[in-house]
Design a protein around this ligand. Structure first.
Ligand code: ADP
Ligand code: MG
Length: 247
């Protein structure tokens, strides 16, 4: 296949922590507007994979290409600027700011301009905050202090903060952990909507949730890919059942 068809091309990626390979010679290809879910047992290397893509952890060897840019040579803030957004397992929002302010401060700095354009910029930011708040089910909570949101609403707010930057690749680590069934359903709707014009990489354990969102599933085990394909194919794979789904 032509590599330019992929938004993310990971080849021969390895990271070794004192000789222990948390990610071991991994190849992963993600298409435009694809929603990929990575599953696998604890310690499989899922979070480390996201750390490598966003530059938090440096690869020992191998390549991570985002569009035409090699990410393994870039610093975290440079990777963000290429259009990669990443949500960590625990929400990192500003608890003492309102929902509105949390979204507002997430508007990319480079896009705000001083002087005569200030008025237009302010309006552009306001419009964007409102449209994103609507998207993440928090339009009624715009003026509420973030500390007062439910755990699930905090997770949505953090997704919204990432959406403010309009990333072309959005990575989410266990986004529905701790959410109610209703919140999980809404999150599935949200992710199905936002992958219409970007690629999304999700790590998740909740198989009911995975079923609702995954275009393709990658099963990671001991830093390597154990299986990859449609949800149906993965769920009937004997090895996957043995090492992961059976438990
Ligand atoms: P998962 O997210 O799939 O549960 P992780 O990616 O967090 O797994 O961890 C994979 C393995 O790598 C674990 O054994 C973990 O202890 C190890 N690991 C992760 N980060 C580091 C690090 N910075 N230093 C040493 N070992 C690490
Ligand atoms: Mg993890």
């Amino acid at each position: 296949m032509n590599p330019t068809e992929f938004i993310l091309t990971i080849e021969d990626l390895t990271v070794s922590f004192d000789g222990f390979k948390a990610v071991d010679n991994l190849n992963l290809y993600i298409e435009n507007n694809e929603l990929r879910v990575v599953i696998g047992p604890n310690g499989a290397g899922k979070t480390t994979l996201l750390d490598l893509i966003c530059g938090k952890t440096k690869a020992t060897s191998g390549s991570i290409k985002f569009k035409n840019t090699e990410l393994t040579r870039l610093a975290e803030h440079q990777i963000v600027r290429t259009g990669v957004g990443r949500k960590f397992q625990t929400p990192s929002i500003y608890e003492n700011l309102t929902v509105y302010q949390n979204l507002e401060v997430s508007y990319p700095e480079g896009r705000s301009v001083l002087g005569s354009l200030f008025f237009n910029t302010t309006h552009a930011v306001q419009a964007r905050v409102h449209s994103i708040a609507e998207e993440i089910f928090l339009i009624e909570q715009l003026n509420l202090q973030a500390a007062l949101l439910s755990h699930g609403q905090k997770q949505w707010l953090e997704i919204g903060m990432l959406l403010m930057q309009d990333p072309e690749l959005l990575m989410l680590d266990e986004p529905v952990a701790g959410m109610s069934a209703k919140e999980r359903d809404l999150t599935a709707d949200l992710l199905n909507r936002i992958c219409k014009n970007r690629s999304v990489l999700v790590i998740e354990h909740d198989m009911e949730f995975v079923k609702k969102i995954a275009h393709k599933v990658t099963v990671l085990h001991q830093g390597k890919i154990l299986a990859e394909g449609s949800m149906e194919k993965i769920q009937s794979n004997e090895t996957v059942i043995d090492v992961y789904l059976g438990h």
